[in-house]
Design a protein around this ligand. Structure first.
Ligand code: ATP
Ligand code: MG
Length: 553
């Protein structure tokens, strides 16, 4: 697999800042809100944040954005750390919480009031909306000119818990006429009687993200605050905050496009509802677009980072085909995954001309794409299992595998001729009979006759029984970002997104595989031994992009 070096417009901006001497060392941060597990969209952001710091020999902080006191949980904090380390990134000793700065936020809010740049407002949330104006009318606040001393006093009393929620807010005094509504004296503090997971009941006023985030960045010495596009419209406010409060440095916010993927949803809130409703079996369900789900499915850090590199960093939002992500893991496993034989829907094949007590071994390559992978020996016996789909009761057009009187190669072993079959009262085939040509052991027929098909097999006496789960896309709809009128996500759940096959017959060597080991099951796909349920192998991805997909291209 070739290694690529990517460039993007963020690097161009940083190069310019370095050339102009605006910054010396590059410092970024990744600020997840610990209210869920990381998904592949967050992964894009964190690869950009950590990757940019790495590229410039700089630093990247990990900061839990727990400014908003709702629903944070240490389970999520731990999971976020684990996922980032798994991808190969490290924040060293720079792990922070947004709530670490509450004291400082409060102090800087007071500074704004003293400078005449913030005031306590009494508009209720409904009134606030009513008075926010429109493109032709400015916003209105009757409290804008409240004396500084009065605002300072009220703000302190807000902090002391003297008022109910919604009674007062602190607003930045910026520009009620601004064409950017976020600049029309935005609320920067509100009263909220919610216990904070780290601060307990210490605070009953909480800063808004737009006020807290730039302060956090500046205090940590962040030079480039990279975030997704929805924050673009907040940038003037970000700049206003760092320019008007006493903080060291002036971090620069640069926005990039959000990642959207076909056939899935990238929203923590919705992913949580899938977990809570039991639609999937946890955040790490192999169908989930979470990093822990992808890991359990069998994705590697390398394939995910490769994917993020290939989609690039653009300035406008796009919908990326999930087939590209699948391509990245297939591309990697094609070179790295050991080949193994697994018969997923077994049908017994009895070789009637083969001795009952005989076992012989055929050498088979562990990976034709990797010379160093070596070979292993597969046991061959009179009773074998072959794939049900490799047999037909009658000849059919373009079917070159097993049917009565036809010959097929048993991979790496003999050529076998079908001599008959048995079926039950419903016409289902129960056993196939055949005879091997002993002159074809591991080689072409000496008489030069052509054998068109090759099928895989395992010895019935030398195999293990296991379950296999075939995974497919979680949603049937390609573009989940714009659903038809009146439809919701749940209307598009794919009923066949996880199909469990039981009684699959796998070659014996797979007995020793460990959780998370990945293989190519020949002629079938890439599979990974589940990390939770050792009796299961999970389908990572098929050998080829599905036909249906290729046709739509
Ligand atoms: P969600 O909507 O899934 O809850 P979020 O934006 O609320 O996502 P945060 O934890 O606040 O989640 O996000 C952490 C960082 O990840 C932010 O900088 C955000 O811009 C970025 N991010 C989140 N989703 C995506 C995405 N789909 N593509 C790119 N970046 C994303
Ligand atoms: Mg968020």
């Amino acid at each position: 697999m070739e290694e690529r070096e990517y460039t993007n417009f963020i690097y161009d901006e940083i190069d310019r800042d370095l050339a102009e001497g605006k910054v010396k060392e590059i410092h970024t941060r990744f600020p997840p809100e610990p209210n869920g597990y990381l998904h592949i969209g967050h992964c894009k952001a964190l690869v950009i944040d950590f990757g940019t710091a790495l590229k410039y020999g700089g630093k990247c902080n990990l900061r839990m954005d727990d400014t908003n006191p709702a629903k944070e949980d240490t389970e999520y904090v731990d999971a976020i750390k684990e996922d980032i380390h798994w991808l190969g990134f490290d924040w060293e000793d720079r792990f922070f919480y947004g709530s670490d700065y509450f004291e400082k936020d409060y102090e800087l809010a007071c500074e704004l009031i003293r400078k005449g740049l913030a005031y306590v407002c009494e508009l209720s949330p409904e009134e606030f909306n009513k008075y926010r104006g429109d493109t032709t009318h400015p916003a209105v606040s009757p409290y804008r000119d409240r004396p500084i001393e009065e605002s300072l006093d009220l703000f302190e009393r807000m902090k002391n818990g003297e008022f109910p929620e919604g009674r007062y807010t602190l607003r930045a005094k910026i520009d009620l006429e601004s064409g950017n509504f976020w600049m029309r004296d935005p609320v920067i503090y509100r009263i909220k009687y919610v216990e904070h997971h780290r601060q307990g009941k210490k605070w009953c006023i909480y800063p808004m993200y737009d006020f807290a985030h730039p302060i956090q960045d500046a205090l940590e010495g962040v030079t480039h605050s990279l975030c997704s596009l929805e924050y673009e419209i907040h940038r003037p406010l970000y700049n206003w905050v760092v320019e008007n409060v006493s903080v060291p440095g002036h971090p620069r916010q640069i926005e990039f496009s959000r990642l959207n993927l076909t056939h899935t949803v990238l929203s923590k809130r919705y992913l949580r509802s899938l977990v809570e409703s039991g639609t999937v079996d946890g955040w790490d369900d192999p169908r989930m677009p979470t990093l822990c789900g992808l890991r359990r499915r069998g994705y590697t850090p390398k394939s995910i980072i490769d994917f993020i590199g290939r989609i690039g960093v653009a300035k406008s939002d796009s919908l990326v085909d999930i087939a590209l992500l699948e391509h990245c893991i297939r591309d990697e496993l094609n070179f790295s995954a050991p080949r193994r034989i697994a018969v997923l829907e077994p049908l017994k094949l009895v070789i009637d001309n083969y001795p009952e007590d005989k076992t012989e071994y055929f050498e088979i390559s562990n990976n034709p794409n990797d010379e160093t992978a070596g070979t292993r020996k597969l046991a061959f016996t009179r009773e074998l299992y072959i794939e049900r789909s490799d047999f037909l009761k009658e000849k059919a057009p373009k079917f070159f595998r097993l049917y009565p009187d036809n010959e097929v190669r048993l991979m790496s072993a003999y050529v076998v001729k079908c001599t008959g079959f048995e079926e039950d009262e419903n016409g289902n085939v129960t056993v196939v009979h055949g005879e091997v040509d002993f002159a074809t052991a591991g080689q072409n027929p000496p008489d030069g006759r052509k054998i068109k098909g090759t099928i895989h097999w395992v010895s019935a006496q030398n195999c293990i029984t296991s379950d296999v789960i075939k995974y497919d896309r979680l949603f049937t709809e390609e573009n989940m970002t714009s659903l038809p009128e009146g439809k919701e996500y749940a209307d598009f759940l794919n009923p066949d997104s996880a199909v469990r096959l039981t009684g699959c017959r796998l070659e014996k060597s797979l007995e020793d595989s460990r959780p998370g080991d990945k293989y190519q099951f020949v002629r079938n796909g890439y599979y990974c031994r589940d990390t939770k349920d050792l009796s299961v192998f999970n389908l990572i991805v098929g050998l080829k992009e599905s036909k249906q997909k290729q046709q739509t291209k």
